[in-house]
Design a protein around this ligand. Structure first.
Ligand SMILES: Nc1ncnc2c1ncn2[C@@H]1O[C@H](COP(=O)(O)OP(=O)(O)O)[C@@H](O)[C@H]1O
Ligand SMILES: [Mg+2]
Length: 1051
């Protein structure tokens, strides 16, 4: 029924895959039972010995069967039963072990039909709807006084608190804590023992809990409705005043009571006397402690708590104020009490006395006069003051709690949609022996709520079937709109008549007002009075009228109606309180600010204010997705075993539960517009996935339904599909849930493919660009090389000074080759111009250059290399001719081809003997000649026997010629006449190396030593160092410890 909306389930019940255990009722027609259960799709976990867990499963929908089932379940301890999604609850009047942590876990996140009926299941459904579909929801708890509404609301709050904030965030915990604790405070100040209920709520409460997108409570708001304040000054026989008074008197410490001028006996105070002896299940003393600590936890300051108790004390003392009259003027009896009141309210005692005895009146001319009260007026004023004090205290406590739990810093953009679950626990329908204005208001409120229930559950549902063209057997129900109209209709309704009477100047009494009602409402079928039905002795003339409420007939006593509706409080009290030095008290009385001459406008009457607040409440509820808990009171004795058939049947009847079952039975649990249904389930059918080819969405939906074989369980409306049982939907949801991962994979596959292709195209483009760019770089390099080297042929240095452009990486090798090519070409150009006669010298120099590889600084590159110095007349003017002769002889004798090098040298032998010698190196032999003896050959060594050369890096002229036989030749070249400081080492090295490499195609390694030159003589290693010696005229060898020292002159 209410699934009308719940239908728009957008989340699959994935969590609810728990297999139903099936019926445990053994000896029955199991198949039939199962069918019934399945068609209802409801809780099948309990055995049928406990009755039917959903009234929809009744064999026949009759009052008899309904009551039998209700009674059976009550007797079996099953206090909850469903009608679809509505929970019917019977007050067990005993502690039930069904609210623990296990139960919470069992219901958390489950579907309604997975567990036995429970408040927790509806709470969870409301919470799920709120969280999954971001719907504001409300849970409306109704039933008469003592039926268990307040208890139910507490369990609901408890459940919501338990399942939220799994991450234990501190700020959420504190909100939850305040929400839970506020109950304790509100009950202390707003509940009282009545003859119906020991803990009867004497105010209506609607609490909104705000949730963030996470589903965690972020705050809340409490609306309170019409506190029954007349209870403060007077209670019916056997009833009590509000709990708070008894809690203070019985639970307050001696010290506190003393400071409040109180004593710990409620019998001492007029206002609590009636209830002083009443036995109750409440423990006032321990409750007082709990309330004190709750106030602290919620966030009331010490001063505020103190003020609260001072106000309570002032009210109690006010009740004990008595007046006496000496016939002339009225006096307060007992100044002490007045003094205490003024102390507790932080006001001036004289003003208090004055307020109690006089009223200030503004005359027409703007003058202000003080008018003394009669004794009766004084008592009336005192009581009105006490009631107002208490009412404002209660209102202030509620607003203070609201201030604390209100959602702060809320930003919908940042925090997502703020959703709300409302819980309504409002006074139930009441019939007392003496029913007054309060009962009238309360019962009117229940009429309004019943209207809402009818609207949502019975009327809208049936209207929708009609609208959608679904074949529908209309179900009759009693529509209480007529009673609502009786009360609230403009001009004709009881409220209007009351208000009119209050406005009329002059002595309009309650009886006059009753007369007026009798006249105006005589024809109304739900209104009567003794005057209208004179034979009915249950009513008195001029006192009673009766309304036939949807829940039963209630006879109201009109006495006090006008006063209560006017809710008169002398302005003087308001000003007195506004001027209190206690800031808390002052805050409660802002209207005391106005001076007497300013107060002109008539305030709205109590009934009108109440009506307005109830209309606002109904509007608030109507825009939310409602969940219902219908409470039933099994008996009047608060007995856990008694099931009073008549009483219960009466409640079932007026709550319209039977009609509810009928509509539900005939109705459809789920409905959805075709396009949305299709969108959600199209993947479960081959004809509709991914898109259908049918003419309309409706046909496509039919295809889905037919494919699954659900034809029997649905009806096709004009725009919507109607599904009878939740199980059908559940099956569809399950199938959808199994398909979703496959679809996700499919989508992932397609998307990944698209991504890969995109990446691939990008890479290709990148490579194309890179290729072009590389080609461009290569070409650019070529162009640049071409540009720079275009004129090298005509350049004086053949382009040697032209700088090569940096090549791109791809051309590194090419670059090396081209630079080499250019260098070769360049060299060729240089070499080409050298005359052949110079070639030998050039080659020798090149060989020396590479052999010495830069390690010897001075090697004579700058001078002309003459080679054969001994035969050079300029170098050796005296001996050259002699040498030329000798060399000719040797040439013909040994057959050498050419002289590689010749010159004088100083030589040392293995006996450390150093002598001057001539050295002749030819292409066949190396000769050691004695210059002094006509160049006699002293030694002739084949050129082949030389393997390497060693020289130093210095300027000395020492050369070691290494031989194969490790009998090396060590000598120091000497200069001739040509130039005294010529270096000839380079020339010898160059000539020999060139000869070896070019002619002999062999190798002659050259070692350039930095400090010590090593060689062998007759196989023995020798080290040679060079030392400068002052006074030395020519270089000469000397023996050293491990070889020789070449002493050179100091230049
Ligand atoms: N679920 C329940 N479990 C146990 N006792 C309950 C339950 N519901 C109600 N009662 C008893 O019934 C009394 C009246 O319930 P309450 O909720 O105050 O009624 P209402 O708010 O409808 O007037 C409670 O004080 C409690 O003793
Ligand atoms: Mg209650």
């Amino acid at each position: 029924m209410r699934i009308r909306e719940a239908a728009e389930v957008t989340q699959p019940p994935l969590a609810s895959q728990k297999a139903p255990s099936g019926s445990r009722g053994a000896a029955r027609n199991v198949g039939e039972e199962m069918n019934a259960l399945q068609s209802a799709g409801m809780a099948e976990l309990e055995g049928l010995e406990f009755g039917k867990s959903d009234f929809v499963l009744l064999d026949e929908v009759t009052m008899e069967q309904f009551m039998d089932n209700l009674k059976l379940r009550f007797e079996k301890g099953r206090i909850y039963t469903y009608i679809g999604e509505v929970v019917v609850s019977v007050n067990p009047y005993r502690q039930m072990d069904i609210y623990g942590k296990d139960a919470i876990d069992a219901y958390r996140g489950r579907e309604l039909y997975e567990n036995p009926p429970h408040l927790y299941a509806v709470s969870d459904a409301a919470y799920k709807a709120m969280k999954r579909r971001a719907k504001d929801t409300c849970i409306v708890i109704s039933g008469e006084s003592g039926a268990g509404k307040t208890e139910a609301s507490k369990y609901i709050m408890q459940y919501i608190a338990a399942i939220t904030n799994p991450s234990q965030r501190e700020e959420v915990e504190s909100v939850k804590n305040v929400l839970l604790k506020s109950n304790c405070v509100l009950e202390a100040f707003g509940n009282a023992k009545t003859n119906r209920n020991d803990n009867s709520s004497r105010f209506g409460k609607y609490m909104d809990i705000n949730f963030n997108f996470n589903g965690d409570p972020t705050g809340g708001h409490i609306n309170n409705y019409l506190l029954e304040k007349s209870r403060v000054v007077q209670q019916q026989e056997g009833e009590r005043n509000f709990h708070s008074f008894y809690q203070l008197l019985r639970g307050g410490s001696e010290e506190i009571l003393k400071s409040l001028h109180l004593e710990n006996d409620p019998a001492l105070y007029t206002y609590t006397r009636e209830g002083a002896a009443a036995a109750t299940s409440n423990n006032d003393r321990s409750n007082h402690k709990a309330v004190m600590s709750a106030l602290e936890v919620i966030g009331f300051s010490k001063e505020e708590i103190r003020s609260i108790y001072q106000i309570l004390a002032a009210i109690l003392l006010l009740g004990n104020v008595e007046f006496g009259s000496d016939g002339e003027s009225v006096q307060v009896l007992g100044q002490d009490t007045v003094d205490h009141i003024s102390e507790l309210t932080a006001t001036d005692p004289e003003c208090v006395t004055k307020g109690l005895l006089y009223r200030t009146v503004a005359t027409g001319g703007g003058e202000v006069i003080e008018k003394g009260h009669t004794e009766k007026d004084a008592c009336f004023g005192r009581d009105a003051f006490a009631k107002a004090l208490y009412e404002r205290l209660f209102g202030w406590i509620v607003s203070r709690i609201n201030g604390i739990i209100e959602v702060k810093n809320y930003n919908p953009v940042l925090h997502g949609k703020n959703t709300v679950i409302g819980v309504l626990d409002i006074y139930g329908f009441e019939i007392f022996d003496n029913n007054s204005f309060e009962q009238f208001c309360i019962n009117y409120c229940n009429e309004k709520l019943q209207q809402l229930f009818i609207e949502l559950i019975l009327q809208q549902e049936q209207q929708e079937y009609q609208r959608e063209g679904i074949t529908w057997q209309h179900i009759d129900y009693f529509n209480n709109q007529i009673i609502v109209d009786l009360v609230e209709q403009q001009h004709k309704g009881i409220l209007s008549i009351l208000d009119e009477a209050c406005l009329t100047v002059g002595n309009v009494t309650d009886t006059v007002c009753l007369d007026s009602m009798d006249t105006k409402l005589a024809q109304h079928p739900h209104y009567t009075s003794r005057k209208l039905s004179p034979t009915d002795k249950t009513m008195d003339f001029q006192k009673h009228f009766r309304i036939r409420h949807y829940a039963g007939d209630v006879t109201y006593s009109v006495e006090g109606f006008l006063d209560k509706n006017k809710d008169l409080l002398f302005q003087d009290f308001k000003r007195l309180m506004y001027n209190s030095a206690d800031p808390v008290l002052k805050e409660m009385w802002p209207d005391g600010q106005l001076s007497i001459t300013e107060v002109t406008k008539r305030p709205l009457t109590a009934a009108t204010l109440f009506k307005n607040s109830i209309v606002a409440l109904v509007d608030k509820l109507a825009c939310k997705e409602p969940y219902y808990v219908r409470c039933i009171k099994p008996n009047e004795m608060k007995s856990p075993v008694l099931f009073d058939d008549a009483r219960c049947q009466h409640q079932v009847a007026y709550l319209g539960l039977l009609e509810n079952v009928m509509v539900r039975r005939a109705g459809f649990a789920y409905r959805q517009q075709y396009p949305r249904f299709l969108q959600r389930y199209k993947m479960t059918c081959e004809y509709t996935w991914p898109n259908h080819l049918m003419a309309t969405d409706r046909e496509a939906v039919e295809a889905i339904i037919t494919q699954h074989g659900f034809q029997g369980d649905v009806a096709y409306g004009h725009t919507k599909l109607f599904v009878r049982t939740p199980r059908t939907l559940f099956t569809l949801e399950q199938e959808r849930a199994t398909l979703i991962p496959i679809l996700v994979l499919f989508l992932q596959k397609v998307w990944r493919g698209a991504l890969a292709r995109l990446r691939c195209r990008r890479m290709r483009a990148i490579y194309a660009i890179m290729g072009c760019y590389k080609r461009y770089k290569v070409k650019a390099h070529f162009w640049e090389v071409e540009r720079r080297f275009a004129g090298v042929r005509t350049m004086p240095d053949y382009g040697k000074s032209v700088e090569w452009p940096a090549p791109p990486a791809a051309l590194a090798q090419f670059h090396n080759i081209t630079t080499m090519l250019h260098r070769r070409w360049w060299a060729r150009q240089i070499v080409k111009n050298i005359p052949p006669s110079d070639m030998l010298e050039v080659r020798a120099k090149v060989a020396a250059l590479s052999s010495l590889s830069g390690e010897r600084k001075d090697w004579g590159i700058g001078r002309a290399w003459e080679r054969d110095y001994l035969s050079n007349a300029r170098d050796c003017p005296q001996t050259s001719s002699a040498f030329i002769r000798v060399s000719k002889e040797l040439k013909s004798k040994d057959g050498y081809g050419q002289v590689v090098f010749s010159g004088f040298c100083r030589k040392v032998n293995r006996f450390n003997k150093s002598t001057d010698r001539a050295l002749l190196v030819t292409d066949k032999y190396v000769y050691k000649l004695e210059p002094k003896k006509q160049y006699k050959v002293l030694k002739r060594l084949p050129l082949d026997s030389f393997t390497a050369l060693s020289v130093t890096s210095g300027t000395d002229q020492m050369v070691a010629l290494h031989t194969v036989s490790e009998d090396d030749v060590l000598l120091c070249l000497q200069q001739g006449e040509l130039s005294p400081n010529q270096d000839r080492v380079g020339e010898l090295v160059g000539a020999l190396v060139d000869h070896f490499t070019r002619i002999r195609k062999g190798l002659l390694p050259v070692k350039v030593c930095c400090s010590v030159l090593q060689l062998h003589m007759r196989g023995k290693p020798k080290n040679v160092t060079v030392e400068t010696k002052p006074g030395q005229t020519a270089a000469d060898f000397k023996k050293s410890r491990d070889g020789f020292v070449l002493l050179v002159p100091d230049k």
